[in-house]
Write a protein that binds this ligand. Structure first.
Ligand code: SF4
Length: 262
C-alpha cells in the first residue's frame, strides 16, 4: 500500500512537471532561439549542458550564447566515438579558440580498437542490429552517463528532420535521460541556419562544402556525401533503413536523432 501511495505521488509530481514544461513550450514555441536559451539558463543555472557535434546547429547555438555573453554558463560536451572525421576535430579546435571555451569530451568505455577486439570486427558492418549496438555503446550509453547529474541539456534538434519530429516542442522532459531538454532551433530551417552562419562568420565543418549533408562517424557505412536533391540525412547509414542513433529516444512522443544533428 505504501509503495502504491509513493508511486501515485511520483506520478502526480511527474504530471505536474510535464504540464509546467508544456506550458513553457507553448509560450516559447515561436520565440527566437535566444529567448529559449535565456529561459533554460535562468531556470537551470549551473546544471545546463549543450550537446555539440560541431555541426551547423551546434555552431549557431555556440555563437548565440557567445553573443549573449552566457557561453560560460553552459557546459559544452561532445561525443567522441573514436571515429570522428579529422575535419570535425579541426572545427572543434577552431570554434573553441574563437569563442574561448573548452568542450568536455564524452567517450565510450571501450576504445575503438578494444571494441573491434571484443566483438571480433566492426559492428557497423553487421546490418542494422550491429549499427544499433555500436551506436548504443559509443553514443547512447556514454551520453546517458554524462547527463546523469545534469539538470537540463540543449540540443540542435529540429522539426524538419523527419516526420517523427514534427511535433517536437522547444522545451520538454527527457524521459530517457531524466532531465529537461531544450531545442532552441527546432523551428529553423537549413537556409536560416546557413544565413546566420555566413552573416556572422561562424566557423563550420568544411565537409558541408564537400557534399556532406549530415556529418557523423567516419566509416563507409555511417556517413557519406549526398547527391544533388537527396535529403541531407540520406548520407547516414545509407540503405539500412536507419536514420537515428537513438540518443534522443525519450520513450514518448519524440523518437530520436543522431548525434550529428546536435
Ligand atoms: S555512427 Fe557508426 S561508427 Fe558511429 S557509433 Fe554509430 S554505428 Fe558506430
Amino acid at each position: 500500500m505504501a509503495d502504491t501511495i509513493v508511486e501515485q505521488e511520483h506520478e502526480a509530481a511527474a504530471a505536474e512537471r510535464d504540464a509546467k514544461l508544456a506550458a513553457v513550450a507553448g509560450q516559447l514555441d515561436e520565440a527566437p532561439p535566444q529567448d529559449i536559451l535565456r529561459w533554460v539558463l535562468d531556470h537551470h543555472p549551473g546544471t545546463t549542458s549543450l550537446a555539440c557535434s560541431f555541426g551547423m546547429q551546434s555552431v549557431v547555438l555556440l555563437h548565440m550564447l557567445h553573443e549573449m555573453n552566457r557561453l560560460d554558463e553552459v557546459e559544452v560536451f561532445y561525443l567522441d566515438t573514436g571515429v570522428l572525421f579529422q575535419e570535425t576535430h579541426q572545427t572543434r579546435l577552431r570554434i573553441q579558440a574563437k569563442y574561448s571555451f573548452q568542450a568536455v569530451r564524452v567517450a565510450p568505455e571501450l576504445t575503438w580498437e578494444e571494441q573491434q577486439a571484443k566483438y571480433g570486427g566492426h559492428l557497423y558492418e553487421r546490418g542494422a542490429d550491429g549499427v544499433n549496438q555500436c551506436c548504443a555503446i559509443r553514443k547512447v550509453e556514454p551520453m546517458r552517463n554524462y547527463l546523469a547529474d545534469r539538470g537540463a541539456w540543449i540540443t540542435g534538434m529540429r522539426r524538419r528532420h523527419n516526420d517523427t519530429r514534427n511535433r517536437l516542442p522547444v522545451v520538454l522532459w527527457d524521459q530517457a535521460n531524466n532531465l529537461v531538454k531544450v531545442n532552441p532551433v527546432a523551428a529553423l530551417d537549413d537556409a536560416t541556419l546557413w544565413g546566420y552562419i555566413k552573416a556572422n562568420d561562424v566557423p563550420y565543418n568544411p565537409l558541408y562544402d564537400q557534399g556532406y549533408g549530415s556529418i557523423g562517424c567516419n566509416t563507409p557505412v555511417c556517413t557519406r556525401p549526398i547527391k544533388p536533391g537527396e535529403d541531407p540525412r540520406a548520407g547516414r547509414w545509407a540503405g539500412m533503413g536507419k536514420t537515428e542513433c537513438g540518443i534522443h529516444v525519450d520513450g514518448r512522443s519524440v523518437r530520436s536523432l543522431d548525434s550529428s544533428q546536435l
